[in-house]
Design a protein around this ligand. Structure first.
Ligand code: AMP
Length: 420
């Protein structure tokens, strides 16, 4: 199997008054029960249907083993990709079956080509203690994403306990993530261990951070990160802004940014954020220099320029050497670090130095005792790619879910299980 992620290490964080009460799951004796476990097995596959990153499957294994080791049976529910028109081979969960069996130490994992209906009912009915049944892709039914009650009820009827361990999908109010919980009494619906770890790590950063707390925000667009930055203005001591979004800030302050990414309709907002940060005593750090290119291409000519003096016809595609040092200094004196979004176009070798340097600085700070959380899509891909995933405190499996959590929103998948 190509490029598999290294072994998943499960962290448990001690925090005060956690949002998620794990006593239901940890004290529940699963012996003789059939647990419907919503997992997020939405993993990337290559064109041979091989898993190229199995992190999300590994992350659910501790929850599944607790249930199975106690003599419970597991019915796995997940989505894979974004199927548009019902069932299709490309998005079938059957491609994951062999690997799930392997990660479960060779246990029997049955598979049905549907997630509801006669075959699913029959197979779930015959499931014995210690066995696992993988249901077909939930999103083959549009009812899943529509949050259909009837569909949720059909899924719920397959087992007698509901465990939500799908943090990556917790921001969606879908049938299996938010509606199904209504069909179970309070003592039979609960969060799994991955959900606990994800939420505890995010809460540790948001509510119980040791200062200085540095948030590193990067990626393409200011508009995608605006809510998270605003929420962090009340929590962080320092906010590092890198990636394409830094140039909207540069331009707003009168800088020359050439052809760099810029959201013209967000210039006022960028200035407003700078002002708010100043009034709240939060230090905003923008890259002093940039690695610039004469086109958005791996074969571009590259140079270095101050981020507010980028020549016409050139664009900033990575933070420059001085900015690497500037950001590293801030990161090294931090006790809590949140990282969301790359510092440059790290997909191209010429523009990955900044992101790699920041990953190294976060790893160094972690080694010296800081708590670091990497959350959200591309920065997670970057720490994995550069080999730092075991050197930070926690790597989140949830992209959009982690973003929304940091925007201060209550996630539907969490609210549904907490509801009485
Ligand atoms: P996001 O999904 O918003 O975190 O953005 C991630 C994307 O931003 C990655 O695909 C990067 O290639 C891209 N990106 C980062 N820095 C820049 C930049 N300076 N110019 C253009 N795109 C960038």
């Amino acid at each position: 199997m190509p490029g598999l992620h290294p072994a998943f290490f499960f962290h448990r964080f001690e925090i005060e008054n956690p949002t998620i009460d794990m006593s239901t799951f940890t004290s529940f004796d699963f012996s003789g029960h059939k647990a419907l476990v919503r997992v997020d097995f939405n993993v990337p596959l290559n064109d041979k249907f091989e898993i190229t990153d199995d992190t999300r499957i590994r992350a659910a294994i501790p929850t599944l083993l607790k249930i199975l080791d106690e003599g419970g049976a597991v019915i796995l529910m997940s989505h894979l990709g974004r199927p548009k028109d019902g069932p299709s081979d490309k998005f079938s969960l059957k491609h994951l079956l062999a690997h799930i069996m392997q990660l479960l130490g060779g246990r029997t994992v049955l598979f049905v080509q549907d997630c509801i209906g006669e075959q699913a009912i029959l197979t779930a009915g015959m499931l014995r203690p210690g066995e696992v049944l993988l249901l077909e892709n939930l999103r083959f039914y549009k009812e899943e994403e529509n949050g259909d009650r009837d569909f949720a009820g059909k899924l719920a009827s397959l087992g007698d306990v509901y465990v939500n361990d799908a943090f990556g999908t917790a921001h969606r109010a879908h049938a299996s993530t938010a509606i199904m919980a209504d069909f179970f009494p309070k003592d039979k619906k609960m969060f799994g261990l991955l959900m606990e770890a994800e939420v505890a790590s995010a809460e540790k950063v948001l509510h119980q951070s040791e200062k200085p707390f540095t948030a590193i925000i990067g990626g393409a667009k200011v508009s995608d990160k605006i809510l998270i930055i605003e929420n962090l203005l009340d929590k962080a001591t320092d906010i590092i802004i890198g990636g394409g979004m830094a140039y909207t800030f540069m331009k707003a302050m009168g800088g020359l940014i050439g052809n760099s990414l810029c959201e013209a309709d967000r210039l006022d907002l960028a200035l407003e954020i700078m002002k708010k940060a100043e009034s709240k005593g939060v230090n905003i750090h923008l890259p002093s220099d940039s690695c610039i290119a004469d086109k958005f291409d791996a074969s571009a000519n590259v140079s270095v320029a101050p981020s507010n003096h980028i020549p016409e016809g050139w664009m900033g595609l990575d933070i420059g050497p001085m900015a690497c040092q500037q950001f590293t200094n801030v990161i090294h004196r931090s006790k809590t670090i949140l990282w969301n979004g790359p510092m440059g176009v790290f997909e191209m070798v010429k523009f990955q130095h900044g992101t790699r340097t920041i990953a190294m600085a976060v790893a160094d700070a972690t080694e010296k005792g800081a708590f670091s959380l990497v959350g959200g899509g591309d920065s997670v891909a970057a720490v994995n790619q550069f080999g730092y995933s075991q050197k930070v405190s926690y790597v989140s499996t949830g992209g959009g879910a982690m973003l929304e959590f940091f925007e201060g929103k209550e996630l539907p998948g969490i609210a549904a299980v907490k509801k009485g």
